[in-house]
Design a protein around this ligand. Sequence first.
Ligand SMILES: Cc1ncc(COP(=O)(O)O)c(C=O)c1O
Length: 345
Amino acid sequence: MEYIDLRSDTVTKPTPEMREAMAEAEVGDDVYRDDPTVNHLEELAAEMLGKEAALFVPSGTMGNLIALLVHCQRGHEVIVGNLSHIYLNEAGGMSALGGIQPCPIQNQPDGTLALDDILASIRTEDVHHPITRLVCLENTQNICGGVPLTPEYTRRVSDLAHHNDLFVHVDGARIFNSAAAQNVPVRELVEPADSVMFCLSKGLAAPVGSMLVGTRKFITRARHIRKMLGGGMRQVGIVAAAGLISLEKMTKRLDDDHARAKKLANGLRQIEGLTVDTDSPYTNMVYLNLAEAVPVNAQQITQKMRHLGILVDPENTRRFRLVTHYWIDESAVEKTIAAFRKALN
Ligand SMILES: Cc1ncc(COP(=O)(O)O)c(C=O)c1O
């Protein structure tokens, strides 16, 4: 059975064009910097993000970890959102592998960290304290609804951080969704940040891979740490070839995903028993709850939906996140709305 899969944009399979490009990719040993396809991908990523250099990494988690390991030493502290992926969903890598301590502060409903909270969390010079080194932002902020952070906000946080001798890293797993939703060039969104990780393997539909961008000096050190973590890959142009299509083509079609997420949310709003979050969706994620009167839980609805050919992701016993992506077309949206109506009956 061919499912309609709304669990995440990570489920995107490569397009036929990607598979063809992968089969024909020119490759070499990337640890020797001999892979022309990877070199091309890294140059293009750096140019699009407006940074000096870029590094191809196997995953977003590794890209974020490398950034933290470049910016921080053991005993340093990182200011992160309490609902951020880095804090909640990266297996505690910064502490386990870097001896780095997270300082979680509250994510506001709009995905931001309040400037006053950031300022209050910066440790004072004291022999007892860890040394604050870095602020991490997540754009789009996933758990807060896939909400985009503005260039102005990123600038304000970066000014505050730099004024206090801190670096800024952006977990931009979905930074191109953020740029598309705000109709701003991606380089403008990240201009004040010291480093950015973004994923090719989510809404940009590549099968594998993320990019880390920053100064040449930062990327030189990042390349060393990638090797240390076992992320130095060999003839990986085979994968980078798909990433090139992500950057050249997939970045230009994200408005379609956002429009379909809106259509999906509007359809679901008509169904008794479902409460779509007021401002959802901001980008490609629709968040909704089961109304109190509904006698079944989200797991039971998930099972019913599966039988109807639709895969959805229950966030907890009453809440769902649905994510649109390349493989969700208009007909998939309509079928999903119809299936929810049926599952709630
Ligand atoms: C906001 C955010 N950051 C980082 C990651 C990590 O990416 P990966 O799954 O490639 O490790 C994810 C993955 O879903 C994410 O949603």
